[in-house]
Design a protein around this ligand. Sequence first.
Ligand SMILES: Cc1cc2nc3c(=O)[nH]c(=O)nc-3n(C[C@H](O)[C@H](O)[C@H](O)COP(=O)(O)OP(=O)(O)OC[C@H]3O[C@@H](n4cnc5c(N)ncnc54)[C@H](O)[C@@H]3O)c2cc1C
Length: 327
Amino acid sequence: MLAFHTDIAVIGAGLAGVTCARQLAAAGYQVQLFDKSKGMGGRMATRRGEQFAIDHGAQYFTARHPDFIAEVARWLVDGRCAAWTGQVVQWRAEGQTPAYPEQRYVPQPGMSSLCRSLADGLDVALGQRLVALQRQEQGWQLSFADDQPAWLARQVLLAVPPAQAAALLGPAPELQALAASVAMEPCWAAMLELPDRLPLPIDAAWVEHGPIRWLARNTSKPGRTGREGWVIHATPAWSQQQLDTRAEQVAALLHAAFADLVDVEVEVSRRSAHRWLYGQAANPLTLGQVYAADIGLGLCGDWCLGTRIEDAWLSGRALAMAVQAAG
Ligand SMILES: Cc1cc2nc3c(=O)[nH]c(=O)nc-3n(C[C@H](O)[C@H](O)[C@H](O)COP(=O)(O)OP(=O)(O)OC[C@H]3O[C@@H](n4cnc5c(N)ncnc54)[C@H](O)[C@@H]3O)c2cc1C
C-alpha cells in the first residue's frame, strides 16, 4: 500500500496546471497539484531581492478568445491583474514606431502572484519533482526525486513543458511522440537593478536587430514598487549560441548590449541572468490538449496550442473539460 492517494494528480503549477486543477476541484474531483519548484507560476515568474522584484519570464498577457476575455475581466475586478499602459515600441535598426496597439495586462504585484492566488484552496505540494510514472492496476504510481514518498493517482495530468513531459511518458509512447515533436526555444533573461530612474522616454520595446528581443522597465507595471529594474530578453538565436555561457557573463553581455542600444550610460547596482531552457514553443501543437481517457493520462500547457499565457489558460481549461466529459 502506498501512503498517499489522490483521484487526479496535476503535475506543474504554471497557469495551465493551476487552471486545470482549479476547474476539476470545483467540479468535485479530488485533485493534488505538484510542482518541482519552491514557488508557483512556472514561466510566469518573479525574482525577488531586498527592495527589488522583477518579472524575468513572461512579461504581460493579452486576451483574444472571448472566454479568456471574460476571465480577465473577472481578474481585473478582483484586483489580481491590472492593465499595463506602459509606452511600448517596436525598435528596428532604422528607428522606433509604436508597438501593435493591444491592451496589455499584468498580474499584480508580480507575474507569479496570479497562479499563487488562483491556487488558493487547492492541495499543492511544492518542491516535488516527478521523475517516473508507472502503470498500476488502478491508475499510476508517481515517483518523486530525492526519495520523497510515492503517490498513487487514478489519473495523471502533465502540465509541464514538452521535453519534460516526454521524459515521463515512456509508458505512453503515442503521447510521448506528440510531446517530443514540439521544440522549445531558449531565452536568456538579464535582470538589471538600477540606483536611479533611467531617463528613457519608453517603458518597453520589441527589438528587431541585435542580440536583444525585448526590454522593459519592470517598475512601469502596476503594483511594482521598489528600485528601478529592467529586464532584457535575448533573441532565441543568441540564447542558443550562448546556451552554456555562465550566467554572470551573460548578464554582462546583455547589460552592454542594452547600454549600446539605448545609447545612455546604464549604471547598475546589481545584475543577474536566468536561462529559460524551455522558453517558448517553436512549433506548438494545435490540439489544445491531449487526453487518453482509457489510461487516465493527459497533457496540457501553452505548447499544446501556442506560445502565450492565454494559450496556457485555454489548454488547462480544455484538459479539465475533457476529463469531465469522459466522466
Ligand atoms: C522569457 C519568456 C518570456 C515570455 N513572455 C511572454 C509574454 O510576454 N506574454 C505571454 O503571453 N507569454 C509569454 N511567455 C510564455 C508564457 O510564460 C507561457 O505561455 C506560460 O507561462 C506557460 O504556462 P504553462 O503552465 O503552460 O507552463 P509553465 O509555466 O512552464 O509551468 C510548468 C510547470 O511545471 C513544473 N514542472 C516541470 N517539470 C516538472 C516535474 N517533472 N515535476 C514537477 N513539476 C514540474 C515547472 O516547475 C513549472 O512550474 C514567455 C515565456 C518566457 C520563457
